[in-house]
Design a protein around this ligand. Structure first.
Ligand SMILES: Nc1ncnc2c1ncn2[C@@H]1O[C@H](COP(=O)(O)OP(=O)(O)OP(=O)(O)O)[C@@H](O)[C@H]1O
Ligand SMILES: [Mg+2]
Length: 275
């Protein structure tokens, strides 16, 4: 489980996060919605330890992470330990991997080489790495077909799949996805949503940052709305989809169609933040 508490992140004079708290339970998909500049990428960067590369600073708050299980329940902190001081490589070795905003694939490298780069820091054995690769290629058959092709020649949707596949090569227990649907046709966005569910089905939790609320709320169990650095609304995804705030800001027409299948049967509790 990931626990973010009262996180304040600043870039010089800009306070990008003003006290954000949220949790990602084990084996869940949690969405963070918000418009441009709300602080979504900053949140993911702080979790992955990459905020420093953008001259960001965590001024207050904590980020903790830990795996569930017997060990966890015996631990005083429920198996959680602080990760907010770790560098990005250490965060990856704890099982947290980010697929960054804008995909950031290596355009001059082939699809295969990009995937290999994703698994490079893994301490797993050769056979385990081969298994991971097989799983990634099963999830994204297009990457198997295009293995020797330069990544820059892939379509936008294929590049997004490569970015996700590359992140999965590190066998994360928590995958951080920054706007995977950005700039993609509706059909491809649907496909990305399905893939997020499959990734989650394989036992990886996903923290999904999106402006595409209809996709995010369909695949997530729980969601938060981020507005200028603060969480303004939190709740089960299906409940959030019904609120006027989310409908007006992010869903537009056709909001009725979102049933939030993943969220059915979860708690009916919605929290509105006033602070
Ligand atoms: N490297 C940086 N230096 C200075 N300010 C930054 C930097 N990165 C982000 N910011 C500022 O921090 C705030 C949050 O930015 P962030 O990129 O986290 O938002 P976002 O929700 O991801 O937006 P978008 O949807 O456009 O990607 C914005 O006001 C932005 O201008
Ligand atoms: Mg962003």
């Amino acid at each position: 489980m990931l626990k973010v508490e009262n996180l304040v992140v600043r870039y010089g004079a800009v306070e990008a996060l003003k006290g954000v708290s949220l949790e990602v339970p084990d084996n869940s998909v949690v969405a963070v919605l918000g418009s441009n500049g709300a602080g979504k990428s900053t949140l993911l960067r702080a979790i992955s330890g990459t905020h420093r590369l953008h001259r960001g600073r965590i001024e207050e708050g904590t980020i903790s992470y830990g795996a569930a299980g017997r060990e966890a329940s015996q631990d005083r902190n429920g198996g959680l330990s602080r990760i907010d001081k770790l560098d990005p490589a250490k965060t990856v070795s704890r099982g947290i991997v980010q697929s960054p905003e804008g995909r950031r694939i290596f355009g001059r490298l082939t699809v295969d080489e990009n995937l290999r780069a994703g698994g490079m820091n893994s301490s797993a054995s050769k056979s385990t790495r081969a298994e991971t690769r097989d799983r990634v290629l099963t999830l994204f058959p297009i990457l198997a077909q295009r293995g020797s092709q330069r990544a820059s020649l892939l379509s936008g949707g294929e590049q997004q799949m490569l970015a996700m596949g590359r992140a999965l090569m590190a066998s994360p227990s928590l995958l951080l996805l920054d706007e995977p649907s950005l700039g993609l046709a509706p059909q491809i966005v649907e496909q990305i949503g399905e893939i997020v569910l499959e990734i989650n089905g394989m036992g990886t939790s996903v923290l999904l940052v999106e402006q595409n609320a209809s996709m995010a709320l369909r695949v997530a169990q729980y969601a938060h709305v981020l507005e200028v650095g603060k969480v303004s609304l939190s709740g089960p995804a299906a409940e959030l989809a019904k609120t006027d705030q989310v409908r007006d800001l992010y869903l537009g027409h056709g909001a009725e169609e979102i049933s939030g299948t993943a969220a059915v049967g979860r708690s009916q509790h919605l929290t509105r933040w006033t602070g």
